[in-house]
Design a protein around this ligand. Structure first.
Ligand SMILES: CC(C)(COP(=O)(O)OP(=O)(O)OC[C@H]1O[C@@H](n2cnc3c(N)ncnc32)[C@H](O)[C@@H]1OP(=O)(O)O)[C@@H](O)C(=O)NCCC(=O)NCCS
Length: 190
């Protein structure tokens, strides 16, 4: 790993072809609230948030990254030439000893279906493997969330597990797919 467990890191902007990733600002709250409080957007993640919950998330996204297990870090996503936030892509160390991180992403429905998450995932994966030195990345999703696992599969993540009634989403027990990608596989692709 190229960071320590107690490192603090101020991430730099990552620029792609159609999007860029940057650190959040508190002034992004209204744009972030649109998707985090949208019942449709939250359908396979968790019940929509209230303002206090969203404020806590935005505040967390504004802070330097920490590599303590379980702590989410990440970027907001913007379209090239427009600083309005359309989504976010995040990660947390799942297991420090085994150099493994979990990834998550979501975007405003108005930006869906245009390759945004696919491009954002590529940028973050590259950073986590090549710059930070993780060994493996994982991501989880509801099997009904085809768009989410297609994003992973397009970047080479492989489905490793299916768990039945594994995740309590509101008052519904939902199934879960677990996906994984090794740094060695990523390096072969790029
Ligand atoms: C699901 C989501 C992440 C997809 O992001 P996106 O930027 O729209 O995805 P992309 O445009 O990069 O598309 C990637 C692939 O998924 C497919 N796809 C995207 N949305 C889809 C959907 N709703 N149903 C079926 N396939 C879908 C695309 O067709 C594309 O595959 P293809 O190249 O083979 O055609 C996004 O719509 C979202 O944020 N949804 C709500 C929050 C969420 O569920 N997050 C994931 C939690 S695990």
């Amino acid at each position: 790993m190229n960071v320590e467990e107690n490192s603090e890191l101020l991430p730099t902007k990552l620029t792609g072809q159609n999007i860029y990733l940057r650190t959040a600002k508190m002034s992004d709250f209204e744009a972030i609230k649109i998707y985090r409080q949208d019942p449709e957007n939250s359908r396979y993640i968790r019940p929509p948030e209230n303002d206090d919950e969203t404020l806590r998330i935005v505040d967390g996204l504004c802070k330097p990254w920490r590599f303590k297990e379980g702590q989410w870090n990440g970027f907001v996503i913007c379209l090239t030439g427009d600083d309005t936030v359309i989504g976010e892509i995040v990660f947390r160390v799942e297991d420090w000893h085994n150099q493994r991180a979990e990834i998550g992403y979501r975007i405003n429905q108005t930006a869906a279906g245009r390759g945004v998450c696919t491009e954002a995932l590529k940028l973050l994966v590259d950073l986590l493997f090549k710059d930070l030195g993780f060994f493996k990345l994982v991501a989880k999703c509801d099997p009904r969330n085809t768009g989410s696992y297609r994003v992973m599969e397009k970047q080479g993540f492989k489905r490793e597990a299916f768990f039945k009634e594994h995740y309590l989403l509101g008052d519904e027990w939902t199934d879960q797919y677990d996906y994984g990608l090794l740094a060695s596989e990523w390096n072969k692709r790029s």
